[in-house]
Write a protein that binds this ligand. Sequence first.
Ligand code: TPP
Length: 588
Amino acid sequence: MKLSDYVLDVLAQAGVTHVFEVCGGSLAHLLDSFYGRKDISTVSMHHEMAASIAAEGYARASGRLGVAMATSGPGATNMITGIGSCFFDSIPCLFITGQVNTYEFKFDRPVRQKGFQETDIVSIVKPIAKDAFLVEEADKIKQLLCQAIQIAGSDRPGPVLLDIPLNIQRADIEPGTLRYCTINPLQPKSPDEKALNEVLEMIRSSSRPVILAGGGVRISNSQDLLLKFAQMTGIPLVTSLMGLDSFPHDDPLFAGMIGTYGNRYANLTVANSDLILALGTRLDTRQTGTKPETFARGAKIVHVDIDPHELNSNIKAHCLFNLDIGSFLLGMMKLMKSGILADGGRLMPWKKMIMSYKTRYPSFRMPKSDAIDPNYFMHILSEFLPDDALVCVDVGQIQMWSAQTLDIHGTQRFLTQGGMASMGSALPMAIGASFAKPDKVIVVITGDGGFQLNIQELQTVYHHNLPVKIILINNRCYGMVRQFQEQYFDGRYQSTVIGYSNPDFRDVVSAYKIPAARITRNDEISDTLAKLFDDRNPAFLEASINTDCKVMPKLSVNMPLEDQEPHLHRDELRSNMFIELLPVPGGL
Ligand SMILES: Cc1ncc(C[n+]2csc(CCOP(=O)(O)OP(=O)(O)O)c2C)c(N)n1
């Protein structure tokens, strides 16, 4: 059979239903193999960056392998952003690039290029992929394909790239006789019972414990176990940005998102804890503050991560588990069967304190003027979001306003890029998510800057009539960088306001035949959102806000997690603390 047909057979067997691509000569045979197939189809995008991120969105939304394809040269290099994002955020994706015929390769010759668009994509992506292979011989396809799929999904997931030259794509193969590789996926390690018992002891003797849930919880599909564990132990829980949708926000144990732009109540909770169970989180400086030694100074830390290199990397923990989160939680719950952890009210004072943080420092306040307040907008949006909506969030201030205030509950998801944090990622991510979960309403939250990076994908939304609701928060600038310039560059808004402009988005969106509305006042939010979610058709809403809106609270460089801007009066901050304040604000 033709090798390109075989590739699609294997992908379909692996559960892949859609492949996101932009066509090109070097992809010709692979694309031709889709013709007439019912079990697997293409989604033709309008930029390979968007195709790569759509595959990422498909994988994030479904937990299944995401696949994108692009032609050699510019097609391949345009996919780098999505590949890197999957690497940093541990998303299982396979990227297939077409390549010039092997007999057109330059190999070791000291020329820059031989075949048209010949580009060594394998070497280019190796530092940001779990692995990358060039299929040089047809009879290796079975082995390499199976290896690529397994590597992408196993252990700590991530992207793998397969570069398939044209003459290999069209080769005739006999799959039954091909070499096959047997990779033994890492057997889940069983937790060391003695170490788990130590953790139990630590929990029992702790009076201010907190669980910190990261992206690893969802990646290991452990969100249900986590809920059970939290409820069994009664331990309050905060999340990182990546872990935001790993726990229902309407559960009384939920205490917000921590970090530079985290909720003040979440940061205070972590700062004052005496025990942190950090699950599937890197504890990077956006979570801990730039001086890790100031982070949760009074706490013992138990750190669980599937990747041994992440343990003791930024923060030194007291107890380390190189484990899948599910194995850790199951191990703990097995020990707890004997009922030793019944909370019995011991944690009540701690929970009351967390409640008082929440009441005093809420994630939004009632606006005092007509102008749309972005946190208030997110609060109202939560009321209208369907219980199973998938929210895809772009990068910038809008990412932080959404994360601070949206109430994620039910089977809602919050999908956003953490490590790569590429502007323009939300719309293609929503397209991928929509194909993975066709029965769900997908919501895009984007800024005016980010929207323009992949605005062409409105055509993909229109073409497939996807139930994608796009919400654009328009501050007419690159707000996140502008805020930075206001703080650190005396308000010199070079390239964020100066030199920046955007079009009338309603006109642009209408040209793609998607209905578009615009609001400017808080009192318009509810009615417009009600209309937006009235049906399952694509729709667009622009909410215009003031250019100088800021994301607050914010943790500045060198400051300890509890001391965000706007700074609390010293006495007020002290009244919130169980542990000693640092002598000078931010200084050590
Ligand atoms: C591809 C890319 N280029 C540049 C950046 C740097 N960057 C981060 S946030 C941001 C501003 C985003 O502006 P906008 O989309 O309007 O959202 P806002 O911050 O105003 O809410 C920029 C330029 C980035 N993250 N990604």
